[in-house]
Design a binder for this molecule. Structure first.
Ligand SMILES: [Zn+2]
Length: 271
């Protein structure tokens, strides 16, 4: 007799194999599996950052790491009334860029980041809906070297003190984030003027695992309970993806690496 077992506390799926480590499909909106996904992503970022820290130490250069949060344009913009899928497509779209030739991914943000001396990193798209409208925004891990770093955005987050207790559970500290406004750099890309940029302190980079835990808002699990029933349908449909011409299925990519982070060994890839 085969008995179904709950795979992990709170998981919606019942498995008939104790060795089953698969996560629920995203469209199921399983809080337990979303949580595992978020923690796996956090571990990947920590591993990737450790790799960068080790490399920087080897070559004797100073590493610089920041988390940039970008938003959609202000309420006067039509995209703010759009559906979830359209908003995500908007943030990821390939666009032309004034003063540049060709097409540029992520609305030109990747091109700008490269220009600003950011070597690589990853984008993580998050969406909330508390007012009836979707509100997509993006957290991006930016990695570069101090000497190249020329990001024309101000560091604007104040972290509360990190409790240096090795036995403590790694819980992100409550942030005191000061948003800033920048018309010149982000608006031409079609992004909102409002942003935050948190640059890591030197001592934080000494321990990437801890740093990744601290900035876990980057990879925060989707809070399924926050979506009302009507919205859950839209989220589920969106995450279920679309059939491709070749008979497969394409799923929305809510995490994307760029620059040096997108051409590395498979275990370093974030998406
Ligand atoms: Zn599950």
């Amino acid at each position: 007799m085969v008995i179904g077992v709950e795979l992990r506390p709170g998981c919606k799926r019942v498995s008939y194999s104790t060795t089953d480590r698969n996560l629920c499909a995203r469209w199921r909106l399983c809080p337990a599996c979303e949580d595992v996904r978020a923690r796996r992503m956090q571990a990947k970022i920590a591993r990737r950052l450790q790799h960068e820290v080790d490399w920087a130490n080897d070559v004797g250069w100073d590493l610089k790491v920041g988390i940039l949060t970008t938003t959609l344009p202000g309420k006067e913009s039509a995209i703010r009334q759009a559906g979830l899928e359209q908003q995500v497509d908007y943030l990821c779209s390939r666009t032309t860029l004034p003063g540049y030739t060709g097409w540029h991914s992520m609305r030109g943000l990747n091109t700008k980041l490269k220009e600003w001396g950011v070597m690589g990193g990853s984008h993580h798209i998050e969406f909330t809906n508390t007012s009836g409208n979707w509100n997509c925004h993006m957290h991006s891990v930016l990695v570069g070297f101090e000497n190249d770093w020329n990001v024309p955005l101000k560091d604007c987050a104040k972290w509360s003190e990190w409790n240096d207790d090795l036995t403590m559970k790694l819980v992100p500290e409550k942030l005191e984030v000061m948003t800033r406004s920048n018309k010149r750099e982000l608006s031409p890309l079609g992004l909102g003027r409002i942003y935050t940029l948190d640059v890591a302190h030197e001592d934080e980079l000494a321990r990437p695992v801890r740093y990744a835990a601290k900035v876990s808002y980057v990879t925060k699990a989707m809070d399924v309970k926050k979506f009302n029933v009507g919205l859950r349908g839209e989220v589920s449909d969106f995450l279920a993806g679309k059939p491709t011409r070749t008979g497969g299925r394409s799923y929305p990519r809510l995490a994307r690496s760029f620059g040096s982070w997108s051409n590395n060994p498979a275990d370093m890839l974030l998406d």
